[in-house]
Design a protein around this ligand. Sequence first.
Ligand code: C5P
Length: 465
Amino acid sequence: MASLTVRQLDEALKQQLRLRAARNGRSVEDEVRNILRDAAAEMEAPPPARAGKGQAPPHRPEPPANRVLLIIAGGIAAYKALDLIRRLKERGIAVRCILTKAAEHFVTPLSAGALVGERVFTDLFDPKSEFDVGHIRLARETDLIVVAPATADLMAKLAGGHADDLATAALLATSAKVLLAPAMNPHMWANKATQRNVARLAADGFALVGPNEGEMAEAGERGRGRMAEPLEIAAAVEKLLGANRAQPLKGRRVLVTSGPTHEPIDPVRYIANRSSGKQGHAIAAAAAHAGADVTLVSGPVILPDPPGVKTVHVESARDMLAAVEASLPVDIGIFAAAVADWRVAGEARQKIKKSPGAATPELSLVENPDILSTIAHRKAQRPGLVIGFAAETENVIAHAREKLAKKGCDWILANDVSPETGIMGGDMNTIELVRATGIESWPPQSKEEVAAMLIDRIAQQLATE
Ligand code: C5P
């Protein structure tokens, strides 16, 4: 298929596209996609009915994405704002960006612009920007303004109502909610002037996320002042935008297991598997995004805890079962963990020593409890919907069907984890959803997309009850 990049278009057309995208609060790329989608829909629409024979169905444009204006102020944490742009865009949020003069010492308009997908705004007195969009439109054409990092200086200006640059002018001119993610040295944060300004801003209705406690960029400095992590800020953004969003799992309790288990041999050695926990964690995050009250029981993984999710960390299969049982009752149980089928019988209390002439130790294994099956067969407090996974290397569907019956669960998400698929530990997944009513083959997609699709199917199921 032929490919065409926006960069190849002539200047006049590009300028028109930029203006149109700015007007609609989208990136140029998204604007082009929308134009093409509308054109395709028109081509497919039935020809207009003749007079007297009824009307052609009205063309319904897609609802616009939520829009965020991200203001990056000048602090060392500005580099994390670039990751925040990615996180917001991943969530389908249209992002526009203002860089303060000080921020340009830490990140460039080019790098921020590349991630946003359009130019970033820097200057209150730039005639081109003011003609194109202008600070008043930047302030108005957004559902939320996020300031990350929010420096002590910018918050002082904001508390005092100053408007001497593009960022503060937009902040003063907006009627949208503003979320501040403060970041500064712990002494600056603790300073009475900063605390007075923060209290003033909170009283004025500004929302705050962080700062967190921990290591600072300056060598040896520790304390409160680290900017909240991009995922935390993205979760706070989603919460603030949440009022506009449908939350199909609101009021539902969801339990998710994720990751591998570690089965100890002795205090320093264990048996494990290659599960990364990416799929289970993505499901927990997607359920929380859909408004559910989520408990994630996770084996040892290197992933951060998903924001807005209660995460319980466990090591072994037996610990996992205990944590799962402790989190009941729930409405929906999703068992994505790769639980070890066996554990070592008689785990050694001390490190097993290698000594010359001694026999090689032999491990004997005993079967672990099957968590999915235990929960699915419970008489009391069985979740209304129990969903398992079946990771297979052959005869995927046949094995999944057997598992559905044997384990007593309602749905199975089956996937082929042969090494050549790269699914185990990778970012992509290809699922067959096996239910009593039939099989649905999903296309290869990211684990986040699989999670969103599963949540969508759960929401459909709940809607029929
Ligand atoms: O039997 P198999 O390991 O293929 O089954 C996979 C499904 O069962 C997954 O949903 C997994 O989380 C669950 N399982 C479990 N406890 C075990 C073994 C598997 O919950 N001990």
